[in-house]
Design a protein around this ligand. Structure first.
Ligand code: SME
Length: 189
């Protein structure tokens, strides 16, 4: 364990998995997410459910959550599980901002090797490696980014990217943009 700050009672340090263990854990998480979200069209419900089930099955997922596009060049924290997340991030700043700006996934083997404040934003000093993926809607627009932190180095690789892309595809395949969902809800009331 390489934690550098005390952790609240509700989180535990990460435990890295082998490639074989990862494949098994992701297959279980994917099956649970697919079963739980069958027929679900609400974006928010999908986000909170994905956070919970991934954190349940993947023991190195220390911080798990979404940053949502709230302005042409700004992200704000959305649903997440873990210690306190930074409230907002500008496009181009940190790992999340870089992914929002480029639309490309980033895997960071060691966050301490990045320039703090510009290339990486340490919302929690225990974060030691990270993966951030873009999340798109069916019209191709950027919903935001999905961010996972681990307290260990080298927790993420191509296996994580493949499975997380498969899971996040739900946002461009079956879930409706929030604005549509709420509008429908308002009308029905
Ligand atoms: N580390 C991220 C910021 C979000 S926290 O990890 C929750 C970044 O550099 O963009």
């Amino acid at each position: 364990m390489s934690a550098t700050a005390e952790m609240p009672y509700f989180v535990r340090p990460s435990k890295n998995l082998s490639a074989e263990e990862k494949e098994r854990a992701y297959a279980q998480a994917y099956a649970a997410i697919a079963a739980t979200l069958t027929g679900e069209t609400n974006e928010l419900v999908a986000m909170v459910t994905i956070n919970s089930l991934l954190k349940t099955y993947l023991p190195y997922f220390y911080w798990t959550g979404f940053y949502l596009v709230v302005a042409p060049d700004k992200l704000a924290v959305g649903p997440y599980q873990g210690t306190l997340g930074c409230l907002s991030i500008d496009f181009g700043r940190g790992v999340c901002g870089a992914v929002a700006a480029s639309g490309q996934t980033k895997i960071v083997p060691d966050t301490h090797a990045l320039e703090e404040g510009r290339e990486h934003i340490a919302c929690d000093p225990n974060s030691r490696s990270e993966i951030v993926l873009p999340v798109r809607r069916s019209d191709g627009s950027l919903l935001g980014v999905f961010d996972v932190d681990s307290t260990e180095r080298d927790s993420f690789d191509a296996i994580d990217q493949r499975w997380l892309e498969k899971i996040l595809a739900i946002f461009s395949e079956s879930v409706l943009p929030l604005r549509a969902t709420w509008a429908d809800y308002a009308v029905s009331r």
